[in-house]
Design a protein around this ligand. Sequence first.
Ligand code: F6P
Length: 543
Amino acid sequence: MLQPSLTHGPSWKALAAHYDEVKELQLRELFAQDPIRGERFTCEAAGLFLDYSKHRITDETLRLLLNLAAEADLQGQIAAMFRGDHINLTEDRAVLHTALRAPKSYRIEVDGQNIIPGIHAVLDRMAAFCEQVRAGAWLGYTGRPIRRIVNIGIGGSDLGPVMAFEALKHYAARELDFRFVSNVDGSDFAEATRDLDPEETLFIVASKTFTTQETMTNAGTARAWCLAALKDEAAIARHFVALSTNAARVAAFGIDTANMFGFWDWVGGRYSMTSAIGLSTMLAIGPEHFRNMLAGFHAMDEHFRTAPFERNLPVLMGLIGLWYTDFFNAQAVAVLPYDQYLKRFPAYLQQLIMESNGKATTLAGQPVDYQTSAIYFGEPGTNGQHSFYQMIHQGTKLIPCDFIAFAQSLNPLGDHHDLLVSNVLAQAEALAFGKTEAEVKAEGTAEWLAPHRSFPGNRPSNLLLAECLTPAVLGSLVALYEHMVFTQGAIWCIDPFDQWGVELGKVLAQRIQPELEDTEEPELNHDSSTNALIRRYRRLRRS
Ligand code: F6P
C-alpha cells in the first residue's frame, strides 16, 4: 500500500508555508530585532558549544522543525536505535555503534544476549596488544620490535582510522610510524611501503566483511611483500593482525584468529571507528587516550538520547540542515575546521553523511519526493579561504557552513592561534552580514567597481567551539555528526545504515576485469562506449 509522503504531513506543509513567509528575511534584520539573538540561539553539550544564531530561522521556524521531528517520532526512533531494534531494515540488523562506547555497567541486549561484556573483552585485548607494541615488546619474526604500522582498509575501515590518527597526532607515540593504504591503485601500497623494513612492519588488515576487493588485494600484496623478505609463512603471525567480523575469512586468508580483533554485524562500516577498527588509533595514542575518546562519544550519545530536542545539539543541527536542504533547496554544506589536525575530518564526514543519507527510496520502498543528503565538502581553515570561499561569499549557490574552532591551540606559537580564530569569526560574520554596495561606495570605491566588491551576506553558518582538541572532544564531535545524520535519516524515512548504491559498480568491475586481462580478444557485450574503452585500454596496455 502506498504510504503518504512526508511532504503531505501537517508539519511539512506548515514549514512550506512558513518558508514562503520568511525566505527573504535577512540575518541583519533578525539580529537587529533581537539584541541577544547571539546568546539565545546557542546550545552546549559534551564539551561542544554550538552557536546557531547565524541561521535564517526564527523561533517559529524552530518550533515547526521540532513539530516535524515529533511527527516523525524521532524520540521513538532514537529509543529504538539505542535499544537494539533492527532499525537497519533492508539488512535486517540492529544499529548499535553507541554500545561500543557504553560503560561496563550498561546492559544492552541483542537477540536476548547482553553485548557489553563482549565489547569490553575486545577493548581489553586491544589494550593489551597495544601496550605490547608500544613498549617494543611485540617482536617481529626476526626478533626486532615493531616500529612501522600499516593499516590496510577502505571506506569506514580507513577513513575513521586516518581521520582519528591525524586529529590526535598530538597525543601519539612519535616513535611509531603509521601509514594507511586504501586504494586498489598499486601506487598507494608502493608509496606507503617503499621505505619500510619488513622486519619491523606490522600490517593491520581492517575489513568488516573481509571480502572487499581493494583491501583483500592490498592485503595479498602485503603478504607477498612480507614473505619475499622473511621467507617463512610463520612470519605472518608476527606481522599481520586482522580487524573483522568474519573469522572464517580471516583464517582462510592465513591470519591466525588469535591475532584477530572482532566486532559485530550491528556496527556499520562508517560507524566503526570505536570498534576494533580503531586499533591503529589505540596503537597511536594509547589505551588511556582511546578510552577518553570513547567517553567523549558516550557523553554525546547520552546527550542525544536524553536531552530535550530544543537543547539537543545533533537534533538542532539535523533539523536546521534539513531546513536548507528541503526548503531552500541548498545542495551542499561546507565543513570548515579551523584546526590543522582536523584536515581529514571533511573526508571522513563525506562517507559518514553521504553514504548514510544519499538515498532516494523510503523505508516503505517508495521514491522520495523531497531532497535528502546534502553534498558535504571542506578543507581546514584558513586554506579553504584561499580556495573555494569566494563561491560561498559571492556565488549563486547557498552553501551553509559548519565552522569548527578551538579556544586553545595544541601548538601555541606566537599569535598564530588568535590569528586563526580571528579568521573563523570573521568569515562567519562576513557570510552572515555581508557588505552592501552603499557601504562599499561610502569607503570610496568607484561606482563601477562597487557591485563586485559588495557581499550579499545572509549566508548561514553553525559555529562549533570547544576548549581544546582532546580525544574526548573528538569523540563528541564525531558522535554529534553521527546523530545529526540519524536525525535527518529518521525524518526522511530512509535507511541511513545500508549502502546498496555501491553494489552495481562492484559487480560490473568483476565482469570487466577478466575482459581486460584476457590474452584472446574477448567478445564484449557492454554498451558501445564501454566496449570501445575496453578495446582502447587493451591496446594501450599492450603497447
Ligand atoms: O563502500 C562500501 C563499504 O561497504 C563501506 O560501507 C565500508 O565502510 C567499506 O565498503 C569497507 O568495507 P569492509 O570494512 O567490509 O572492507
